[in-house]
Design a protein around this ligand. Structure first.
Ligand SMILES: [Zn+2]
Length: 623
């Protein structure tokens, strides 16, 4: 019997779903998460449930980039594994390049390329009809729905074959770009399987620009054809170096790998060009074949102007840099990447892949598995900062595969915390005082602030997204570290990364896991800090400094309450610390403390650990 498969574009009305209720003012898990706990795929202790499952997608891709017109032409075979208990009567794919189609809905300015042309789609060898909606449903352009002839049964796999082409958008734009035909950053570029998970089923979030991506893990075998003389930095390891690179370059790779801890030049400025760096005469093409296991995406950068450095870490990871040599600061890029790999492997979890490539080009900082796009900055601090940030994304969300658009804080926020902590180590500086972060304090409590737990595409203007996704969660992680203690904080993060590596955690998995490590409920913190926009504002209202004792009246405004250290200093410099626990504020906004001796100075939160929005009343000096 011949099976018929169809493909169609998802109408907007299906995407919109039920109207969103007002943001809950508590970090209570939503109904979908609670249902997953009841079904046994999640738990309320931060570990996957006994019934946890996750689908997978393996890709074999062959693609050609023609730098003259910036056109990418490709075909792929996706092997999709349905490990869910559900028979799937439809498959959802992301066509992110359609955010550059005329009239596409998006939340960023974009050049118009025409988007992605899908030439053919087939399921298990049966051609599927691909229909354009023709007027309307524009926000759905980045999603393709394919209906297999019969549902994909639980425990079975299905093969999806797609042929497509698109024009890399001219720089500057977001996430990818063609820089004057000289450097190409190519990402979100092939039809990718959407996630079908145990909490929400199919993730039908359209790609609008701000949100990034949420994808299944799988193994990739990608063959990229470019002109001879063009170097490629990509997700994965080069599987056919002898076919692609000249003997001299292959020899330098081997040498670099034998000298961990040093940055070794693989391709110098004079080595560039057809027949020098790569095999093949000028005008011929070369096919680079990359293999990557357990990754959720694949991207690449290519240029015929790149030089290539390699710095092997002590742990045997190849940190590589591809850049145009006019940018002198980039000679340190591979070392910055190696530093990040070593530091975060120690702090969080060992880096799980053989290499990371830092590539220079038109995108102002973006992460893909084993690959970083960096802007062409020549400023060492700026270059180190963005390299550390994007390399830290290899942990969140490349290893720990959260839903980026819906829960941006679980990648951007976590990474913003770790990148500043790591940068301080790199430069030999004091660690950040998170409670004094001006980026957060400037906006905290104003109408420009939105809750951290909000879908990134629903946050506007963009500045509010930057705060909710990046700065504020980092500040709140600094506060959390103070609340649970640095050792517990580190152990919890290690356990979180290990437990959820190559899985799909939700915020409530993280919250529950931290609570288990802390040995107590922390909803009094998650709710105001993550689900709402409550602020912390404690102050000294009055002081009675007598000869034998000192009493102080503390007052708080704002719904965020944390355990605050109050430091009393006497005339000889002697210090007494008292901690006002959260419970002390139950049912009151005023707390009285008394210490022996006459204090001449009193300060709330002397470590600057907590983001008090008005520090002017945090210090008293007199006597
Ligand atoms: Zn980031």
């Amino acid at each position: 019997m011949r099976r018929i498969a169809t493909a169609l574009w998802i109408p907007a009305v299906l995407l919109a779903g039920a109207p969103r209720s007002a943001m809950a003012q508590a970090a209570d898990a939503p109904a979908a998460f609670r249902a997953a706990v009841a079904a046994g795929t999640r738990t309320d202790t931060g570990v996957p449930g006994p019934g946890y499952w996750q689908n997978g997608a393996d890709y074999v891709i062959e693609a050609t980039l023609d730098p003259r017109d910036g056109r990418v032409t490709g075909r792929e075979t996706i092997t999709y594994h349905n490990r869910s208990p559900d028979a799937l009567d439809r498959l959802i794919l992301h066509l992110d390049q359609n955010v550059f189609a005329p009239g596409a809905r998006r939340n960023r300015r974009a050049p118009i390329t025409g988007g992605m042309y899908v030439e053919s789609v087939s399921v298990d060898g049966v051609p599927a009809e691909s229909r354009h909606p023709g007027g309307g449903y524009q926000e759905a352009l980045t999603l393709l729905e394919v209906r297999p002839a019969s549902p994909v049964a639980p425990g079975s796999s299905v093969t999806v074959e797609v042929s497509w082409s698109f024009t890399v958008p001219p720089a500057p734009t977001f996430r990818n770009g063609n820089l004057d035909g000289r450097v190409f950053a190519v990402a979100q570029w092939y039809p990718r399987m959407a996630v079908y998970d145990d909490v929400y089923g199919w993730d039908t979030t359209p790609y609008l620009g701000d949100g990034e991506f949420y994808l299944e893990y799988g193994d990739f075998d990608v063959s990229l054809t470019v002109p001879s003389g063009w170097l490629i930095g990509a997700t994965g390891t080069l599987a056919n170096a002898e076919d692609v690179l000249t003997d001299a370059v292959v020899a330098r790779l081997a040498e670099a790998r034998s000298r961990p801890g040093e940055t070794v030049r693989i391709v110098a400025p004079d080595d560039r060009g057809a027949g020098r760096s790569t095999r093949g005469a000028s005008g011929s093409s070369v096919t680079w074949r990359f293999e990557a296991d357990d990754v959720r995406d694949f991207a690449f950068s290519t240029s015929n102007e790149y030089v290539w450095d390699l710095h092997r870490t002590a742990g045997g990871v190849d940190a590589q840099a591809f850049y145009r040599p006019e940018l002198g600061a980039w000679e340190e890029a591979a070392r910055y990447a190696a530093f990040t790999i070593e530091t975060l492997s120690d702090w969080i979890r060992p880096y799980p892949w053989p290499q990371v490539s830092i590539t220079e080009g038109p995108v102002g900082g973006m992460e893909y598995p084993m690959l970083v796009f960096n802007p062409g900055t020549d400023n060492p601090r700026g270059l180190a900062g963005v390299t550390i940030h994007e390399t830290a994304h290899q942990w969140f969300p490349m290893t720990v595969g959260s839903m980026e658009a819906k829960h941006a804080f679980m990648d951007e926020g976590f990474v913003s915390y770790f990148d500043e902590e790591a940068a301080a180590v790199l430069w030999g500086e004091e660690p950040p005082r998170w409670g004094e972060n001006r980026g957060y304090l400037r906006v905290a409590g104003t109408e420009e602030e939105v809750p951290i737990l909000r879908h990134t595409d629903l946050v506007s203007p963009y500045g509010a997204r930057g705060l909710a996704a990046y700065t504020k969660p980092a500040v709140m992680l600094g506060a959390l570290r103070e609340i649970v203690g640095a050792d517990t904080f580190r152990e919890a993060f290690r356990d979180y990364a290990e437990t959820w590596a190559f899985k799909h955690p939700q915020p409530w998995d993280f919250f529950h896991l931290v609570e288990r490590h802390a040995g107590r409920d922390l909803d009094w913190f998650w709710s105001p800090a993550f689900a709402a926009t409550a602020t912390l504002d404690a102050g000294i209202e009055w002081v009675e400094a007598g000869a034998d004792s000192t009493a102080v009246g503390l007052v708080r405004e704002g719904a965020l309450v944390v355990p605050l250290t109050v430091r009393f200093t006497d005339a000889r410099g002697g210090v007494t610390d008292r901690v006002v626990e959260v419970e002390a504020w139950t049912g009151t906004s005023q707390v009285r403390l008394t210490v022996p001796g006459r204090a001449v100075r009193i300060e709330i939160d002397p470590q600057g650990a907590f983001p008090d929005i008005d520090r002017s009343d945090n210090v008293w000096s007199g006597g």
